[in-house]
Design a protein around this ligand. Sequence first.
Ligand code: NOJ
Ligand code: CA
Length: 700
Amino acid sequence: MKLMNRHVPFFFIFSFLLLLASACRNENADSKLIHLESPGGQLGLDFFLDDSARASYLVCFDGDTLLEPSRLGFLFRDWPALSSGLVIESSEQHEADEKWEMPWGEQHWVRNHYRELAVKLREPGGEKRQFTLRFRLYDDGLGFRYEFPRHQGKDSVVILDELTEFRLAGNYRCWWQPGDWDIYEHLYHDTPFREIDALKYRHHPNLAQSYIPFNAVNTPVTMKTAGGLYLSFHEADLSDFPGMTLRVFPDELRMKSELVGSDRYAWKASRKLPFHTPWRTLQVARRPGELIESKLILNLNEAAKYEVPWFKPMKYVGIWWEMHLGKSSWDLASGRHGATTSKAMRYIDFAAAHHIGGVLVEGWNTGWEHWIGFDDREGVFDFVTPYPDYDLQKVASYAREKGVQLIMHHETSSAPRTYEAQMDTAYALMRQLGIHVVKTGYVGKIIPKGEYHHGQWMVRHYRKALRKAAEYEVAIDAHEPIKATGIRRTYPNFISREGLRGQEFNAWASDGGNPPEHLTIIPFTRMLAGPIDFTPGIFNLKLSPWKDKNQVNTTLAHQLALYVVIYSPVQMAADLIENYEGHPAFQFIEEVPTDWEESHVLQAEIGDYICMARKERNGKNWFLGAITDENGRTLKIPLSFLAPGVRYEAHIYRDGPDAHWDKNPASYRIERKDFVSGDTLTARLAPGGGIALSFFPLDR
Ligand code: NOJ
Ligand code: CA
């Protein structure tokens, strides 16, 4: 049944009837209550005003309460709070069901099917202010946002605090990382909600920037209820607003929005009226894989503002890992400069010979002598002047000749004003050279001092770079970024980001690097936000002879499986090309695509293992990747995703019988075998191991 634009009086009768059989039951019986259900009916939300006439909501799924009554509201500077003493002016519901096409992505088509409730609230006295709360319920989660209209005599508002609460109905198991205002490069912790203690991670040895002011978590934060449901809290369409961390009150089982602030001002955000906040989101799933398959975050973003036919998903190699290994350096003065003309040309030759679309070159431009650990970074980097041993024009024309895309690199060293002043010239140079992708970086504390990477000032900067880049047909892969919130739907040149503890930590972190379970958690946390430039594909896992004390804590087959498990339209083959030359396992990296028709999570348990299958965009080939944590395991995987009646030849890249992430990480086997969709694959994964398969239909 479609609920189209029903207005209050009728709707109240309707919702009251529904309430009798409803999944949600509001304890607050004498308040007025508006009930909304997702299209399939399993997810329910009650909106009501509590005893102090505060806007409140609760959420339930299949009859179980997930969120207890939780309050909403805002505190402003020089304007009364909008929290208590409200009345419901009107409310409307409608249902929408549409399909949209992803220009590139984990799948080709996305269904956007939801029921929406817009509640208009008003202050009866005082300034008689109004605002709207808009809720959208999907079968796999919900989003809601605040909408502030024009108000007579007021152009803009200054926000001191957001009062949005999420009161959990149980001591859920949580996969969380500290609510850092400057970086998302923390490991995830797996604890009951009551044991979250973010402040314990305040002093981290490996981070050039970090600021954890409260016991709070970054989003996405993922949970499992005692009843076996999986939840994840995040936000969608973060535009001109600070990022949201969730402050944790362990004993009360309560979280509250804690917006990232600025030390330059005693407030969190300032906005001109009218405006709306980002969506506050909650994903709900019966199996963990549904969290990944859900497109809720993208659906809550607006349709594309422009097209990017000039961007093509690709794999890339680069002059990069060698700096992290200490084999060479970004700067020239060290005498070990990595980015030279001849080396870049060798990388281009390798890419051209091995079906790799792009080559990244870091350390090509002047300024690196004054990069990390300096306070006066303003004006240091120059994004158009190469070092004398790097002939940018020659390298770019060689790449064009070979059909390889150069990937530009702009390390801003967190001096965004310096970057903004040069954006036009820097992107114009890229256009002149035919370069369509830039990797940006924001290492170090933000200048001006007092701003944080995730505050409103920087959210504006990242967006400015994105829009400016689009004018020059440039796509951005940002490191040390603001978190992904699905804006790639609206601005499809935001192709990927770091925003997690990436591969580089294995090269230099003093805490042992990423543990074997790291990437069995990432797909259910960070990856729910969007594409990840993790940079997989290290074959020389012990990093010898460069780093005696560091290593990659997975097997080689696990590294291969990451090309299927971790989604990004740009995927690096991160190792030195000399470690790939003549290596039989590199064949999988050559085979695996970076753009998909469909994606499925076949089996998974968060923090233990995950098995995914993806079908190539505009093709018939399938690819499968499975990884496990420090525990070996054998998975029986039905291959029912393969087209019925078709025989496939599979290339299997598996752990060797003696493989082990620490004792023998490079042990692998390659096999060939035919499969049909009725078959079951027996996949033995070593401790810290994995398996990767390419399936090619034989009767093509
Ligand atoms: C940090 C990035 O994550 C890394 O990939 C890059 O090499 C350095 N910054 C230098 O820009
Ligand atoms: Ca980084």
